[in-house]
Write a protein that binds this ligand. Sequence first.
Ligand code: ADP
Ligand code: MG
Length: 257
Amino acid sequence: GPVDDPILRVENLVKHFGGITAVDGANFQVERGSITGLIGPNGAGKSTTFNCITGVYDPNDGAVVFDGTDITGRDPHWVANQGLVRTFQIARELPEMTVLENMMLAPKNQLGESLWRSVVPIARREVVDQEEQLRERAWEMLEFFEIDHLAGEYAGNLSGGQRKLLELARALLTDPEMLLLDEPMAGVNPSLEKKLLSHVHELQERGYTFLLVEHDMDVIMNHCEHVIVMHQGTVLAEGDPADIKSNEEVIEAYLGG
Ligand code: ADP
Ligand code: MG
């Protein structure tokens, strides 16, 4: 339903693949500064919705409005430049490049005063070389996620959880305002999961907005203030975690498959 200050509005979104309707008129809004959960059984259309929002797919119908700008059908790079980035269910790091090299491939905005820069004041030096400035920020990000010791390691040698951290670090390097995370905890061990979640909360305090697809109900219920439930390509229910947990239709959708 409508929220006070929507940073993202998804309106009557439709996506077909041949005869399959993956997204079938989805409607929802995401409150600025929130951690919002997007859940639903396998095949509900969550990843396709992410792909339509971020320009990986062109929707057949409907609109996506980010921060007041219609971004429907724009390509991922353009969308990222507006401040909206996503991570993938399967991490997309290049295995034969090092962690630092992967970071340096991040699509980058103008290296101006980013949200990140404004909340992490570091001694400003005269940096003339853009590449050097990007490298410096890449290091900051790797330090924040405590994977800086892996900077010279091939990405292919990282654990699943470390790759998820790298992907999040790389997404942040694009100066986003909002991040869509598709199953960020998949393959992440419990101690790394705890760390990742605390980073998400820390980033929320700094002003970032999160839309999170996650299978682990405990994660959703304990870390999201608002939960949207998709089923068969549409929004079945939404509300705070307690409402969702006790919603009969939601329980039925999960049990009924
Ligand atoms: P979820 O992420 O909620 O598990 P998806 O968005 O991945 O769901 O999939 C929704 C439906 O669309 C499924 O039936 C899936 O098989 C189908 N689908 C997703 N991507 C494609 C694609 N590229 N080509 C054909 N069908 C797809
Ligand atoms: Mg999915």
